[in-house]
Design a binder for this molecule. Structure first.
Ligand code: SF4
Ligand code: SF4
Length: 124
């Protein structure tokens, strides 16, 4: 299984990490303007356009930045509950339960199974 997060769209809500039964995700800091990957934000298989380069998707920022639901959105660092952004550091362990796909408010998780079938977030 291949799993990656489209980083510019990730709010850092941490839902994916909290629901994944096999620890595919880790939350990483957003680094610095000079080095967005300073804390390993690009440590999964995301293609170039889905890697973290320090720029949040403007539509996702507009949608989530003012939402108060107990989770940090777009915070630079993670405090144990949310913040930073998610990295699929352990994609091969994915069992395709799809829990993260349902919970991903940034609609930014991409999974490809061993047959090449692709799955994406379906947050409503
Ligand atoms: S689909 Fe895979 S990555 Fe997502 S929660 Fe389930 S096991 Fe974890
Ligand atoms: S659930 Fe989606 S938006 Fe939230 S931290 Fe995970 S990848 Fe990012």
């Amino acid at each position: 299984m291949d799993v990656y997060v489209n980083k510019p769209r990730c709010t850092g809500c941490q839902h994916c990490k909290d629901v994944c039964p096999v620890a595919v995700y880790e939350m990483k800091g957003r680094g610095t303007p000079d080095n967005p990957n300073a804390e390993g934000a690009n440590g999964d298989s995301a293609p170039a356009e889905a890697q973290w380069a320090g720029k949040i998707d403007p539509a996702d920022f507009a949608k989530w930045s003012k939402v108060q639901d107990g989770h940090k959105h777009f915070a630079k660092d993670n405090d144990g509950t949310s913040g930073g952004l998610s990295v699929a550091v352990n994609g091969p362990s994915c069992i395709l339960c799809q829990a993260c796909l349902i919970q991903c408010e940034g609609e930014c998780i991409h999974i490809t199974d061993d047959t090449g079938t692709k799955y994406v977030s379906i947050y409503k």
